[in-house]
Design a protein around this ligand. Structure first.
Ligand code: SF4
Length: 184
């Protein structure tokens, strides 16, 4: 998984703020790892994260390592207060491969068998504060998670909506013949 920002492109103010806030968020997540199963249990109102503390502790370590690789920056720079849904320039449907779920490292991912996965917190409010609802946002999103089913729709070719009509016999005058420039 690579960063959400285009390689080599200069960062604007929003991106710089996103980088700083993402670093703070990621550091806080690692500091809070020992109590993360408790925090998540309360946030999504599901005691399984606390009951299976050891299992989910290991899962959260992987989850936060994956978040540190770009998704938090992407969320703060491109998604937060900007988009909530997949844009109209994207078509296709999800085949539940789990690629975009942090490359299957999301702690909330539930295997369904046959290589398919489901989100374990799909209906929670917490999920709204993530990139999940707006994935894929653009071609870069599709590419970096190797999404097998969504694709970018090319915008329709520009069409002429109005053109003045001329009555019959009123064709525009032929352009005046201009003599070729004389050779000096
Ligand atoms: S990568 Fe694409 S097909 Fe796979 S789970 Fe994500 S949206 Fe669905």
């Amino acid at each position: 998984m690579s960063s959400a920002f285009p390689l080599g492109a200069p960062l604007g103010v929003r991106e710089r703020i996103a980088v700083a806030l993402a670093a703070l968020f990621n550091a806080a997540c690692f500091l809070l790892l020992p109590v993360m199963p408790l925090i998540v249990s309360v946030l999504v109102w599901d005691s399984r994260y606390l009951r299976r503390y050891g299992h989910y502790f290991v899962k959260f370590v992987e989850h936060f390592k994956a978040l540190r690789e770009g998704p938090v920056r992407h969320y703060l720079a491109d998604v937060f207060l900007q988009v909530r849904e997949v844009p109209a320039t994207i078509a296709g449907h999800c085949v539940q491969c789990g690629n975009c779920c942090l490359d299957k490292r999301c702690a909330f991912l539930q295997p369904l068998g046959d290589g398919k996965f489901a989100c374990g917190i799909f209906h929670s409010t917490v999920r709204r504060f993530s990139n999940c609802g707006s994935f894929p946002l653009h071609a870069r999103d599709i590419e970096r998670y190797q999404c097998p089913s969504y694709f970018v729709v090319r915008p329709a070719a520009q069409t002429v909506l109005w053109m003045p009509t001329r009555p019959p016999g009123q064709n525009p005058p032929a352009p005046a013949q201009t003599p070729p420039p004389s050779i000096q």
